[in-house]
Design a protein around this ligand. Structure first.
Ligand SMILES: Cc1ncc(COP(=O)(O)O)c(C=O)c1O
Length: 423
């Protein structure tokens, strides 16, 4: 049994008051707060190790390299990826957005013939199709939409059910033998709905397409095993999984990483460079990690990954489910409409809502005045808002530190919003 009230004490930031109220943080879908062990890991790195990795013969450089690679292995363990030397499947990125752009750029490079025969499987031409969904965060939609524009491929998408779930039941129609790439979110950052990805992956592989998962909102909340799921690539950010900002990870099946051409170029990713012919690039993951890496942040992200595994992701899921049950009661508050599945099943505790007659920014300010942090706006996912006939919403989202009492407080506060604004 995990004592989540004890666990909460590991988050120093949550001890403070905001506007005279005890802080209630319901914005973990934007970024999660950090436990003390993660904060300490980053400063300890600077106090005792700080040096660039994979270069330099001195002791600190050696320690830094070991710490960096150990962190990669810890992250790999959290998501069921390989970390054996020479078989690594985790690439360090600057975040989910960077990881998804890396893929779109690399596919674009393959479409120009870079990467040779091995990279032909990633090349796109007019007539080919890229499939996304209406539930995508802009960090999936835009890189792959741009890739379609650059290559002449056609962008297609999955529609959504009335409650905002991706219509996986239409996989056989949406994905055709012209489909080369399928990129969808595992969990919407607006509706909290968990996508039924199995039929989509099955169909994508049937037609020989590459399947890319946006795992930003699932890695912090569910037990993940990319091998078992059979995804080809997946991207997510460390800062949403209790790690530092500025870093993220890209999972790729080893054979795909080996065949993929690089997307950014510079130091530490090249074996041989000449003036008069193309360089020879290193094997993955180094091939995709040009430039000096954010080592302190990666090391701290490794600590976050171990910390999550120690809690147990099944325990995290069960705990957050109890809070989600309370948050879903927002739908019963007069004038409130929850955007997304109302049943506490195949969803996480990311609960967006519309308040009739009150602008989301006013809703957010009202909550803030009571010490309750929620997010407002379109959450970088405009098409899914349009699906609900809206441009923006308010969003409460859970982390391991939230309590059922906090959720009750949020729902109680919600009950006062419309009368405050005299609606
Ligand atoms: C579902 C989803 N995908 C992608 C992203 C982009 O993550 P980042 O801004 O950390 O790159 C987010 C962040 O909000 C997200 O929620």
């Amino acid at each position: 049994m995990v004592d989540f009230l004890e666990l909460r004490k590991q988050f120093p930031i949550l001890g403070q008051e905001v506007h005279g109220h005890q802080l209630v943080y319901f914005d973990s879908a934007a970024t999660a707060q950090k436990p003390q062990c993660v904060i300490d890991a980053e400063s300890r790195f600077y106090e005792t190790i700080n040096a660039g990795v994979h270069r330099g013969a001195h002791e600190l450089a050696a320690r830094s390299t070991v710490a960096f690679e150990e962190a990669r292995a810890k992250v790999a363990k959290l998501v069921g990826a390989n970390s054996v030397e020479g078989q690594e499947e985790i690439v360090v990125t600057a975040g989910a957005t960077a990881g998804l752009n890396l893929l779109a750029t690399a596919f674009g490079n393959a479409s120009l013939g870079r990467g040779g025969d091995a990279a032909k499987r990633f090349a796109l031409k007019p007539g080919d199709e890229i499939v996304v969904s209406k539930a995508e965060h802009h960090s999936v939609l835009l890189p792959f939409q741009e890739l379609a524009y650059r290559t002449g491929a056609t962008l297609k998408w999955f529609d959504l059910t009335d409650d905002g779930r991706i219509r996986s039941d239409t996989a056989d129609e949406v994905i055709t033998d012209r489909t080369k790439i399928v990129a969808v979110t595992h969990i919407s950052n607006v509706t909290g709905a968990i996508t039924d990805i199995e039929p989509i992956i099955k169909r994508a592989h049937e037609v020989g397409a590459i399947f890319i998962l946006d795992a930003c909102q699932s890695v912090p909340h569910l037990k993940i095993d990319f091998h078992k799921m059979d995804v080809d690539f997946a991207a997510w950010s460390a800062h949403k999984m209790y790690g530092p900002t500025g870093v993220g990870f890209l999972y790729g099946k080893r054979e795909f990483l080996e065949a993929l051409p690089p997307a950014s170029f510079g130091g530490s990713m090249v074996e041989l460079a000449w003036m008069d012919k193309p360089a020879e690039y290193m094997e993955p993951p180094a091939r995709f990690e040009a430039g000096t890496q954010p080592v302190a942040q990666v090391v701290a992200a490794g600590v976050a990954a171990d910390w999550m595994r120690e809690i147990g992701m099944e325990n995290v899921e069960a705990h957050e489910k109890t809070i989600t049950a309370e948050l879903l009661k927002l739908n019963d508050v007069p004038g409130f409409r929850v955007l997304g599945p109302l049943e506490n099943k195949d969803r996480i505790g990311t609960v967006s809502f519309d308040v009739e007659g009150v602008h989301p920014h006013d809703v957010g300010q009202f909550f803030d005045a009571q010490g309750v942090a929620v997010r407002v706006g379109h959450h970088c996912a405009q098409p899914v808002h349009r699906h609900f006939g809206l441009f923006a919403s308010s969003r409460a989202s859970t982390g391991v530190y939230n309590t059922v009492e906090e959720a009750k407080q949020l729902v109680e506060t919600a009950g006062k919003v419309r009368s405050f604004f005299e609606v």
